[in-house]
Write a protein that binds this ligand. Structure first.
Ligand code: GDP
Ligand code: MG
Length: 162
């Protein structure tokens, strides 16, 4: 089958918006309320002539109980099934403790990880994106899932590892 790219990250960082951006249509559910994507949702996607399966996941709060823990388990299952992971961080918020914990888990899985610094809607936010080098995942790719900024460079990098 096609290689699988899982999109993971905390709730509300813009995962579903990015999935829609990559698909070129609004298929993944975007919500202002965090944690709406409860399950893994797979979509056939294409970039630069290459087909792959894009998996949107629910948000990730490692420390919380109940349903959110279930969401985290779903996201981990998505990582296990993926060939590469697109890890989305909100550049306006910066790296949180939860982001750091997800990084540890990603490291333990040993899959290629591309770091997307989302919500960089303009040049002035590039510095916030650069601060995400601190996560130790290599180059943060500044993007605006909402406006499409940086999405091409990000996807070119994704295809290099997929
Ligand atoms: P998810 O929970 O990670 O899937 O996040 P969503 O895709 O549902 O988006 C959460 C909120 O962030 C929505 O209000 C989006 O419109 C907003 N959002 C997503 N991407 C961007 C972006 O690049 N810039 C800005 N300013 N807002 C964004
Ligand atoms: Mg979502």
């Amino acid at each position: 089958g096609w290689p699988v790219l899982a999109v993971v990250g905390r709730p509300n960082v813009g995962k579903s918006t990015l999935v829609n951006r990559i698909l070129g249509r609004r298929e993944a559910v975007v919500q202002d309320t965090p944690g709406v994507t409860r399950d893994r949702v797979s979509y056939p996607a294409q970039w630069a002539g290459k087909n792959f399966t894009l998996v949107d996941t629910g948000g990730w709060e490692v420390d919380v109980k109940g349903l959110d823990r279930e969401v985290a388990a779903q996201a981990e299952a998505a990582i296990d099934r993926a060939d590469a992971v697109l890890f989305v961080v909100d550049a306006r918020v910066g790296a949180t403790a939860t982001d750091e914990r997800v990084v540890k888990l990603l490291r333990s899985k040993g899959k290629p990880v591309i770091l997307a610094a989302n919500k960089v809607d303009s040049d002035v936010l590039e510095a916030e994106a650069a601060s995400l080098w601190s996560l130790g995942l290599g180059q943060p790719f500044p993007i605006s899932a909402l406006h499409g900024r940086g999405a091409g460079d990000l996807l070119d990098e994704v295809l290099r590892v997929l």
